[in-house]
Design a protein around this ligand. Structure first.
Ligand code: SAM
Length: 466
C-alpha cells in the first residue's frame, strides 16, 4: 500500500494523460487491463521518491573509490554513526547509488504542526531539512527545540503565516524546530537558514547540502545517462543548447577530459552566471557559457565572426549537440501535485520543435544530436521523434549506449524497430513503492530497482547523415 495519495493533476490534465496512456497502439500492445494498471502505478509512483539517491562523481578531480569513501564518512557523521551502504553503478562508472530508507509508517504525530510549500515538501522527501523560506504555517506557540510534525500543502492553498491549515496536506515526518514561529514570521526581512531539522522523515536520505562541493553532484540516474549517450570525445566542439543548471554541461566536459570546446547556452542570465562560476570553481577550461535564446542560435549571414565566439553560430559547426529541452517536467519525482494547466502543457511542443530545427542546422554532417526531456507525454517525446524524422530526412535514429531504460512508448506511429532505439525511463514499469532499498539482498536486485525506479525521462539519439 502506498504511503502517499496519487499525484494530484488538474482534471483536464489527468484526462489528457489518461488518453495518452489509453492510446490505441499501447492498448493493442499491452491490453486494456495492463494499460489501466500502468496508468494507476504511474500516478502513485510520481508522488513517491525513487528508491535510490544518485550522485555523480567529478572524475576530473577525484577517483570514484575516493569519493565513495569520503561520501561514506560524511553520511556516517550525518547519521550519527549509522552506516548507509553506497554502491557503484555497474554500467555508469561515475555514478554512486545511495539507498533511500523508508517508508517509515505509523509515526506519532505531534500537536505542533508545520506546513511547508509543495516544492519544499518534495525536497524533504529527498533528504533535505526544512528551510525557513519554505515554511508557510506553524502552530501558534512553536518555539525553538519543539518536536513538530511537518506536512506538505499539496494544493498550494495555505496562506503564509497562517496559524492553522485545514486544506489538503500530506504528512512528511517529524523534526525539531530550530526557529520559533515569531523568528519565522514576525520579522521584516525574510529569514534564512534551517527552520526544522528533520529527525524522522517518512523517507530518509542523506542531505547533500554543501556536501563535498566540486567532487560530487546530485544527479538523477537518467540525467547521468544522457551525457554518456552523447559520447563526446576530447577535442570536439559540443553545444549544450539549454544548459542550466548545468548538470550535464560539466559531465560532458569531464567526459572530454576538459579538451575541446563545450558551449553552454541558456536564456536565463543569472543561470548562465552560475554556469560560469561553477565551471571556474571546477577548473573546467573547455566550458564557455552564453546567455542567448537558442531558437535564434543560427547565424544567418556570416559577418566575419570568429568561430568559437558566442552565439549565433555558423550552420553545421558542431560535432555534437545536446538538446535537454525545456519540458513539462511531469516525470519529476516526488511530486504530490502538478500545477500545470493543459494550455501550459501544450506550449512545450512548438518550442521544442523550434529548438530541434535549430539543432539540426547547427550540427555538422556526420554529427550526433541527443534530445532529452524529463517528462512522460508522447507529445514531447515519441511524437517529437516522429516529427523530426519526417521533417529532416537526413536524420536517423542511433543505438544508445548505455541503454538502461525501456524502449519508446507506442502511440506516435513509430515502428517497433524505431521504438527500440529510444530510451524511456518509465517509473510505472514495476510495483516498487514498498521496496526498502536497504533491504534488497542481491546486487542484481539492487541495480534492477535503481534502473527502473527512477524519474520519468526520455532520450533519443540522432545521427545527421553526411
Ligand atoms: N540541461 C540542464 C541540466 O542538465 O542541468 C537542464 C535543462 S532544463 C531541462 C531546460 C533549460 O532550458 C532551462 O534552464 C531554461 O532556462 C532553458 N531554456 C528554455 N528556453 C530556452 C531557449 N529558448 N533558449 C535557451 N535556453 C532555454
Amino acid at each position: 500500500m502506498s504511503v502517499f495519495p496519487k499525484i494530484l493533476f488538474k482534471r483536464e490534465v489527468e484526462d489528457y494523460l489518461c488518453n495518452v496512456y489509453h492510446n490505441k497502439e499501447l492498448v493493442a500492445s499491452l491490453g486494456l487491463d495492463e494499460v489501466e494498471r500502468k496508468f494507476d502505478r504511474l500516478q502513485r509512483c510520481l508522488s513517491h521518491p525513487p528508491s535510490f539517491t544518485t550522485v555523480r562523481v567529478n572524475t576530473l578531480v577525484t577517483s570514484v573509490e575516493a569519493a565513495k569513501q569520503q561520501l561514506s564518512d560524511e553520511i556516517k557523521k550525518q547519521f550519527l554513526g549509522d552506516v548507509i551502504p553506497i554502491h557503484q553503478h555497474p554500467r555508469l562508472n561515475d555514478l554512486l547509488l545511495i539507498p533511500v530508507t523508508g517508508p517509515r509508517r505509523a509515526q506519532k504525530q505531534h500537536s505542533v504542526q508545520v506546513i511547508v510549500g509543495a516544492q519544499c515538501g518534495n525536497a524533504v522527501l529527498r533528504g533535505a531539512h526544512v528551510y525557513a523560506a519554505g515554511i508557510l504555517s506553524a502552530s501558534k506557540w512553536m518555539k525553538t527545540g519543539d518536536e513538530v510534525s511537518v506536512f506538505s500543502d499539496i494544493e498550494g492553498k495555505c496562506r503564509r503565516g497562517a496559524v492553522e491549515f485545514d486544506g489538503a496536506k500530506v504528512f512528511l515526518g517529524n523534526g525539531i524546530a530550530e526557529l520559533s514561529r515569531s523568528d519565522i514570521f514576525c520579522t521584516n526581512s525574510p529569514i534564512k537558514g534551517k527552520g526544522i531539522r528533520m529527525t524522522e522523515p517518512v523517507y530518509s536520505s542523506p542531505s547533500f547540502d554543501n556536501m563535498l562541493p566540486g567532487y560530487i553532484f546530485l544527479q538523477n540516474l537518467p540525467s547521468a545517462v544522457v551525457s554518456h549517450v552523447l559520447s563526446p570525445q576530447p577535442g570536439e566542439r559540443v553545444l549544450d543548447m539549454c544548459a542550466a543548471p548545468e548538470g550535464k554541461t560539466t559531465h560532458i566536459a569531464s567526459l572530454m577530459n576538459d579538451e575541446g570546446e563545450v558551449i553552454a547556452v541558456d536564456k536565463i542570465a543569472n543561470k548562465v552566471e552560475k554556469i560560469k562560476h561553477n565551471a571556474s570553481l571546477l577548473q573546467l577550461k573547455c566550458i564557455q557559457a552564453y546567455c542567448f535564446n537558442s531558437t535564434k542560435a543560427v547565424l544567418r549571414e556570416p559577418k566575419g565572426l570568429e568561430p568559437g565566439l558566442g552565439p549565433p553560430f555558423c550552420p553545421e559547426s558542431f560535432d555534437r549537440i545536446l538538446l535537454d529541452a525545456p519540458c513539462s517536467g511531469m516525470g519529476l519525482r516526488p511530486s504530490m501535485a502538478c500545477p500545470l494547466s493543459l494550455k501550459e502543457l501544450a506550449s512545450y511542443q512548438p518550442l521544442q520543435r523550434k529548438l530541434l530545427s535549430t539543432a539540426v542546422e547547427l550540427l555538422k554532417p556526420g554529427g550526433t544530436l541527443v534530445y532529452s526531456t524529463c517528462t512522460i507525454t508522447l507529445a514531447e517525446n515519441e511524437e517529437q521523434v516522429a516529427w523530426a524524422l519526417k521533417t529532416f530526412p537526413g536524420l536517423q535514429l542511433e543505438v544508445q549506449e548505455p541503454h538502461i531504460g525501456g524502449e519508446g512508448m507506442p502511440g506516435a506511429g513509430l515502428s517497433s524497430d524505431r521504438l527500440k532505439l529510444l530510451q524511456r525511463f518509465d517509473p510505472s514499469v514495476t510495483e516498487i513503492l514498498d521496496v526498502d532499498a536497504n533491504k534488497l539482498k542481491s546486487d542484481e536486485d539492487l541495480v534492477a530497482v535503481a534502473n527502473s525506479d527512477t524519474i520519468g525521462f526520455f532520450i533519443a539519439k540522432f545521427l545527421k547523415k553526411s
